[in-house]
Design a protein around this ligand. Sequence first.
Ligand SMILES: Cc1ncc(COP(=O)(O)O)c(C=O)c1O
Length: 446
Amino acid sequence: MAARYQISGSTSASISASVESGIRAGALAPGDALPAVRTLAGELGVSPATVAKAYQELRQRGLVATAGRHGTRVRPRPPVATRRSALAPPPRPGTRNLSAGHPDPRLLPPLGPHLAALAAEVGPPSGYASAAVLPELAAVARDRFSVDGVPAAELTVTGGALDGIERLLAAHLRPGDAVAVEDPGWANLLDLVAALGLRTVGVPVDDEGPTEPGVRAALAAGVRALVVTSRAQNPTGAAVSAERAAALRTLLAGRADLLLIEDDHAAELARVPLHPLAGATPTWAFVRSVSKPYGPDLRLAVLAGDEATVARVAGRAQVGAGWVSTVLQRLVLSLWRDPATADLVRRAADSYDRRRDGLVAALATRGVAAHGRTGINVWVPVPDETAAVTALRDAGWSVAPGGLYRIAAAPAVRVTVSSLDDADLPALADALGRAAHPTRTPPFSA
Ligand SMILES: Cc1ncc(COP(=O)(O)O)c(C=O)c1O
């Protein structure tokens, strides 16, 4: 067992929950041995029967296996039952919910007119033999990629960014392999990596993306894949700068042992230029979701990459889900081609920029160095997340504790600006300022 992970608990349920959380966080890797029942019972001050019951529960749920004198070990692909996001305290009724990380529904394009137009023009239904990536959709996606300097001779369509990333990791890595992820990074990706039985290696992020020393250290640790968020990094808002992209491209050049994945989930919503790493390594993929600009329910992303990588993702899809519905592909194509939708997405991007920049500036005047270069979130360093989340809730704001997104990064809270109004900023910034500097003495007043 990894020496650093200390199982805790005083009942069988809390002991099994502690083991599960170690697996989910990657501190207990597939194949790691759990302590012998009597040893753990002695450490925790509980009876061996309590620990035996906890191990039995974990066995029944498929998280661990017991093999005679080899003891109890974490299974190769443990099904992790709960998600990081499930650990978040539910937003308190009556507070403003700034914890969700969702786009503002008021700024998503209305689908009704596009669905009505499709109903009028769509031909006979596509069948198993004829359905695939729509050539018209691929052509528009290719044009969009080429404007941004992403080579897209080969591309396919997946059911969202996470679906594409799952297929990529499953096709290239084996349980126990290590994946370099941004720290802090997207909670759903951390969950996915754990659920695939892979290990995470955190790479520190600053406002310009994953740091060069961080990526270097992850490579030295033997990671088999690296996932980089191009823009609107969740939760910090980082965007890969031209300088950072150049440094990382040099570092990664020719690494044939590494799968490089880029996630450009903000796409049109990010108003900073894209600086892709695509093609720096022989094995790479660039995934662009439509969730943030056009709506999460569309469940569609386009994935470009080297020929073999795209073929593996598309080939695996063929023996599974098959393809992304052509009805959905036609809907996305209709949105992409509509000038009014493009205008709405531009206005949404402006609106998020204004609110995010406004909050970061309001915090700066209160002595708080928050992060939020792009996207819909602001990352606010605090000394104590639990105290900060609780104090903010008492002040009427629900925010997300940074623990959902961090491995070793410093504590913080994530504030989603998508539902904020300009008028909210002073009161919110005051409450965040107090959470960031809880011990600061208030100024004297006459
Ligand atoms: C970093 C990141 N990537 C991708 C997505 C969107 O993923 P999907 O396309 O699966 O909806 C999100 C949504 O929050 C995200 O934060």
